[in-house]
Design a protein around this ligand. Structure first.
Ligand code: SF4
Length: 267
């Protein structure tokens, strides 16, 4: 697939970056959003197809506007002027070349904030190698262990294999998320997991796998905000929110496995 020649593949991304939103986000985990917010640059398109995607107009239909790398670098500098703690590229996987060029351009113009790579965790090692020394903070998902669920829910049956390798490479590059005296993170990996309705067993399996691979010091964010967006509303088994009881069970699983650095959501 040669995007430079105008071809487009599964994710739908083209030659230029497409950006859905640039904003100061107060709602990431506390070490990421801090007191002044995280400067999010929200890319359009996605290399997964989660039937419950809350951002489907952006991720699946490509809503957004094309942006050359000069403009993208300018947006990074503008966010810095607004006082954010970091610049946070959301769903960056299909746009890594444009992101890298923008970071280089912005660094040349005085950009000195941590760069956050906020990803679904379905990243190739070849891609991550390009980010070594550029990305300071990785916020990857660990969505599934089950190939069947990954296929049904996101059309990515090989998710677990790629996710495991990707997380290991991210940890190798920057270690676990470390938080300074000011409570703000400058470097490291924080893994996110979204609890799905009726599938706390899968959450338990994912957490046990993460513990076995990285140990209980791995920083985790357990997300309980699932709701049946996009196709999920019409898909049996995905058509309801996660209950309080299910979310509590997920928190208990993390606790029983000994995870100590866990962010949970107030509901
Ligand atoms: S990985 Fe995230 S952005 Fe992409 S389709 Fe799934 S939920 Fe949407």
């Amino acid at each position: 697939m040669n995007r430079l020649e105008g071809e487009r593949g599964f994710c739908g991304a083209g030659k230029l970056a497409r950006v859905a939103a640039v904003s100061v986000h107060p709602g990431e985990e506390p070490p990421i959003s801090g007191t002044r917010g995280s400067g999010t640059i929200f890319f359009s398109h996605c290399n997964m197809r989660c039937l419950f995607c809350q951002n489907y107009p952006i991720s699946q239909y490509g809503n957004g506007r094309e942006m050359d790398t000069d403009t993208l670098a300018g947006e990074m500098l503008r966010l810095r002027e607004l006082g954010v703690h970091n610049v946070n590229f959301v769903t960056p996987t299909p746009h890594v070349p444009q992101m890298l060029e923008a970071v280089l351009l912005a660094r040349g113009k005085g950009f000195d904030l941590p760069v956050v790579y906020n990803t679904n965790g379905y990243d190739a090692l070849e891609t991550l190698a390009l980010l070594d020394g550029v990305v300071d903070i990785y916020l990857p998902d660990a969505k599934y262990l089950s190939a069947e669920l990954a296929a049904t829910a996101s059309e990515t049956p090989d998710y677990a294999r790629h996710n495991e390798a990707a997380l290991a490479e991210m940890v190798r590059q920057v270690g676990f998320l470390s938080v300074g005296d000011d409570g703000i993170a400058a470097r490291g990996v924080l893994v996110r997991h979204l609890v799905l309705p009726g599938r706390v067993g899968e959450t338990e399996a994912v957490l046990a796998h993460l513990s076995g691979r990285h140990g209980p010091e791995l920083p985790l964010s357990l997300m309980g905000q699932y709701f049946p967006a996009w196709r999920a509303a019409a898909t049996g088994g995905f058509d309801r929110k996660v209950t309080r009881k299910e979310y509590d069970r997920a928190i208990d699983a993390a606790s029983l496995l000994g995870f100590r650095n866990v962010f949970i959501q107030e509901r």
